[in-house]
Design a protein around this ligand. Structure first.
Ligand code: SF4
Length: 486
């Protein structure tokens, strides 16, 4: 992209006509990024795209539409079948329920056909204003301007809106631009947000809108990052943000010492860059045959790691020993250590990893969705003891990631902090109302459940999916759903 000549006295907001001319020449190919063949496929794909990248949705929908090609087949789908097909798009319990409800509503109210009427569309299960606008615009050519995370950010940076909700930003944009241009503008702003105006690292020096942008020229604070972007003496930014490390090429040879991070990297499409994993990094199953192991999480084989010549090793401070990081430093191998003790930490870690691995586009919506899910008042639910080991009994305390997950799910985690050993008397004294027996790290089974239930008859003892509760990042959304369902 060529650099435009800077305007020495930029206006606080660009003229709509100037902006459209620039966007048209920069993004002549701007179009809907969700693959679809008809309105039904588009409404399904748009529902799946909530808190998920379009690329991930496009990987998911071919198998989904092969199995459920129309509203009638979706209406009769079994929940488990649907969940297994859309699992990788996140929040799959809710999405699957909405899709079945969508199929049933389309059959019952519209003869199995997606309506082109905004009110009828908006009344369908899982279809909010944004989804309705996307479907109206792309399937029926009805002028609409759905504001997603990219448009929200770019519009505010360009000074087109000061509003703090997508609905108000949408109203501001619709007021300023001709109705017949809304669909085109929607796609152009999304392309611009994805390709240039990144959430964390806007590439202002290569931006085709630079001389029109008050934020890029350092005139006003970036409303998204809450700080001014640095502008050098020449008036042109050479890099977007000084507090971040200088941009470097994304790592090509990654060793992951954290099982759930390994799974996350595969979810982000980085499997080809994974050159090493611990023997506990076993999801998805197929990596067991294709990515070599480098020991365990507590005792990584440093000689093996060195031989693999990685340009990044990923660790987690509680999961891996600090000596491993020290040894990597001595070997001159770059590493990145996360620290995760809460759901909030997960949002920060997603952003940190996304920026380092060059996949902020995949990381940011997920981080934002997690943060959004933490808002609102929590109820103080039943006193809940999460056991993680037997002989001796050990629990996950309130200050651990699992403790926070339970708290966010409106339960009240109890017991000492950390991972304490508990005696039989401790179990009685804690008087839990709910006892959770996860399937890992200790493989609790029905016999353990029955034994414990006999000893503590006042408590409800439940077997639960251990990976949902302990695999942070790759399964945090699943863990939240599980905790809330309890
Ligand atoms: S100049 Fe920078 S902040 Fe402004 S639109 Fe371009 S990339 Fe975004």
């Amino acid at each position: 992209m060529s650099l435009p000549k800077p305007n020495p006295r930029p206006k606080s907001r660009p003229k709509p006509g100037d902006l459209q001319a620039r966007l048209r020449s920069a993004y002549p190919d701007a179009r809907c990024a969700l693959d679809h063949a008809d309105p039904f496929q588009l409404v399904v794909a748009t529902i799946l795209s909530a808190q998920c990248t379009d690329a991930r949705v496009n990987l998911t929908t071919p198998a989904l539409f092969a199995r459920f090609p129309d509203a009638a087949s979706l209406a009769g789908a079994r929940l488990e079948d649907l969940e297994s097909l859309i699992r990788s798009t996140g929040f799959y319990h809710n999405k699957a329920r909405n899709l079945i409800g969508l199929g049933q509503a389309l059959v019952a109210r519209h003869g199995g056909v997606v309506p082109a009427d905004p009110a009828a569309l908006g009344a369908l299960p899982g279809v909010g204003q944004k989804t309705a606008n996307v479907v109206l615009a792309n399937a029926f050519g009805v002028p609409a301007l759905a504001v997603d995370t990219h448009i929200f950010r770019v519009a505010r940076r360009l000074g087109l809106s000061k509003a703090t909700t997508p609905e108000k930003v949408e109203a501001d944009l619709c007021r300023q631009f001709p109705r017949e241009d809304w669909i085109e503008l929607h796609h152009q702003l999304i392309f611009h947000g994805r390709r240039v105006c990144d959430a964390r690292r806007p590439d202002c020096s290569a931006c085709p809108l630079l001389d029109l942008c008050p934020v890029g020229l350092g005139k006003v604070k970036d409303p998204h990052l809450g700080m001014k972007l640095q502008v050098p003496a020449s008036g042109l930014p050479t890099s977007a943000l000084t507090p971040l490390p200088p941009p470097s090429s994304s790592p090509l040879r990654i060793v992951s010492l954290v099982p759930s991070v390994t799974e996350l990297l595969v979810q982000w499409g980085l499997a080809a860059q994974l050159v090493g994993r611990t023997r506990y990094c076993i999801e998805p199953r197929w990596i067991r045959n294709s990515v070599p192991t480098v020991g365990g999480t507590k005792d990584p084989d440093l000689a093996r790691i060195r031989d693999l010549a990685p340009d990044l090793v990923i660790l987690e401070r509680d999961e891996n020993p600090k000596e491993a990081a020290e040894a990597l430093t001595a070997l001159g191998i770059p590493w990145l250590a996360l620290q995760i003790r809460s759901v909030k930490d997960c949002a920060a870690a997603l952003r940190q990893l996304g920026a380092r691995l060059g996949v902020s586009e995949a990381a940011e919506p997920r981080a934002q969705a997690l943060e959004a899910s933490l808002k609102g008042r929590r109820r103080k639910g039943p006193r809940t003891l999460a056991l993680v080991w037997k002989q001796p009994w050990m629990s996950a305390g309130p200050d651990t990631y699992m403790g926070d997950l339970l708290r966010q799910g409106n339960l009240t985690p109890i017991g000492p902090d950390g991972y304490p050993v508990l005696s039989e008397e401790d179990l009685q004294d804690l008087a839990p109302r709910l006892i959770l027996l996860p399937s890992e790290p200790y493989p609790f089974n029905r016999r353990n459940q029955a034994e414990l239930q006999k000893r503590l008859p006042a408590a409800e003892v439940r077997l639960v999916d251990g990976r949902a509760l302990t695999w942070y990042l790759s399964r945090t959304e699943e863990g939240l759903e599980l905790a809330r369902s309890l």
